[in-house]
Write a protein of this length. Structure first.
Length: 455
């Protein structure tokens, strides 16, 4: 007999945008009577929300699906084990291949079909079909909003502004996976922000494939600056509104002025640069040059004094010459970004870059990646050393499970999950609840992280 309240375990892989999808899926199923569980052992349904962006993410997703398929076979006790459903970007890109290679999966559901998950999973619990269903249509029609069951700590949440992407980056598979750019209605975003604030969020992290494109499809102009100002008004109780994924060619002064003038806006911005060579940027389809990129970052620091800039660098893309790489290193020395991530080029089927000649060999790509990261390490360590002796306001995220006297915290200049942390040491037996702001005196450094005690 089917349980009226079947237990569901969910694995969410990939980026924060995928995490928001997972939160929506979990809420939708919970409203239909499913009970979330952290344990595979007691789950009637296991749902894996996959990532299919680059090689490393695809490998992780496939390995997770294989692992759970093996668990399904091992736990079968006459009823075939738990229902296993794969969703997300990997399914959108490779659904047919996955169905053929991992037949133990009961269903494959692309992002455009999440609204049918409730009905599909109920049907699978009643009677498992011989052939796994494959639903990957409608990528441009997936709902942008809806209830969410947060998978982040209560004190911070991601706030999605849009779905899809219209930018012509030659190396990127996202438009083919997620479809055309679509902005969420402003009223819906503001209502969700106010609700998250009422529920205890102290930080809202704004996300989208390109947050700076927000509003163009709705009003004929980019309105991110206006949206940030309105969020600043309605998110009572929130102290940090943080902007990620700002496409450099679309980042205008109005957005920067909104960040500079907001009482709740974090003085932080994530602007994926990808490169600094005009030659490479042109081949990437990035609509920027070295000169315009440098001018943009100087403008950011001029309009928002004290801002921390995070950027992303891609090394080894087709046509990247040694002189391009050396120019990139010189650019990084000049800009001295507060936060930086670097990735090695991943050839993605169906993208223009996959058809380009002048590929860079793996050894050269690895060496260039190492040189970028070593340079950024030097820049980051020097910046951290200058903070020793200062007092910083930090937000406590959690107690270190291995060191109960250490609270893992962040400054305004650090986004959750991707930037450094402040290891705040408190007295034995003392505990500061997550979501609490504390004045911390920086006492030292440990790698990229800071050490501190209460001021």
């Amino acid at each position: 007999m089917i349980q009226e309240q079947p237990k569901i375990a969910l694995v969410s892989l990939g980026c924060p945008k995928n995490l928001v999808d997972s939160e929506r899926i979990l809420a939708d199923l919970s409203l239909d009577g499913f009970v979330p569980t952290p344990s595979y052992d007691h789950a009637d349904v296991i749902l894996v929300n996959t990532c299919g962006f680059i090689d490393g993410a695809k490998k992780e997703s496939v390995e997770t699906l294989v692992e759970i398929s093996a668990l399904k076979k091992a736990s079968a006790n006459g009823n075939g084990g738990p229902v296993v459903v794969a969703t997300g970007c990997l399914v959108q890109r490779y659904g047919e291949d996955l169905r053929r290679e991992i037949p133990e999966i009961d269903a494959f559901v692309g992002p455009g079909e999440y609204g049918r998950l409730r009905e599909l999973v109920r049907a699978l619990l009643r009677e498992k079909p011989d052939a796994a269903p494959l639903l990957v249509e409608g990528r441009d029609t997936a709902p942008l909003g809806g209830p969410r069951l947060l998978l982040t700590p209560r004190h911070y949440a991601y706030l999605r502004l849009s779905e899809g992407c219209d930018n012509p980056c030659t190396f990127c598979s996202i438009p083919g996976i997620r479809g055309r750019y679509r902005s969420r209605p402003e009223a819906e975003i503001l209502e969700e922000a106010a609700r998250l604030a009422r529920d205890g969020a102290k930080e809202l992290v704004l996300i989208g494939q390109d947050t700076t494109e927000y509003g163009l499809d709705l009003t004929g102009r980019r309105t991110l600056g206006d949206l940030i100002r309105r969020l600043d008004e309605v998110a009572e109780g929130v102290e940090w509104i943080r902007l990620l994924y700002a496409y450099p060619a679309h980042l205008d002064d109005d957005v920067l002025v909104a960040i500079a003038g907001g009482k709740r806006t974090a003085k932080y911005i994530d602007v994926p640069t990808q490169h600094a060579s005009s030659h490479v940027l042109r081949r990437m389809g990035r609509r920027m040059t070295r000169e315009s990129t440098a001018a943009l970052f100087r403008r950011i620091r001029e309009i928002v004094p004290g801002i921390a800039i995070r950027t992303t660098i891609l090394v080894g893309s087709p046509g990247e010459r040694e002189e391009d790489h050396q120019g990139l290193l010189e650019f990084l020395r000049e800009m001295r970004f507060e936060r930086l991530g670097a990735f090695q080029f991943s050839l993605e089927e169906g993208t223009p870059a996959a058809r380009m000649d002048s590929s860079v060999d793996p050894e050269t790509t690895l060496r260039r990646h190492r040189e970028v990261m070593l340079l950024q390490q030097e820049i980051a360590f020097e910046a951290n050393a200058r903070e020793v002796g200062t007092v910083r306001r930090v937000l406590v995220d959690e107690v270190d499970p291995e060191h109960p006297t250490v609270h893992i915290s962040r400054t305004e200049h650090d986004a959750p999950g991707i930037d450094r942390v402040v290891r705040l040491r408190v007295g034995r037996g003392k505990r500061t609840p997550p979501g609490t702001f504390v004045d911390a005196r920086i006492t030292g450094t440990k790698g990229y992280d800071l050490l501190a005690c209460p001021a």
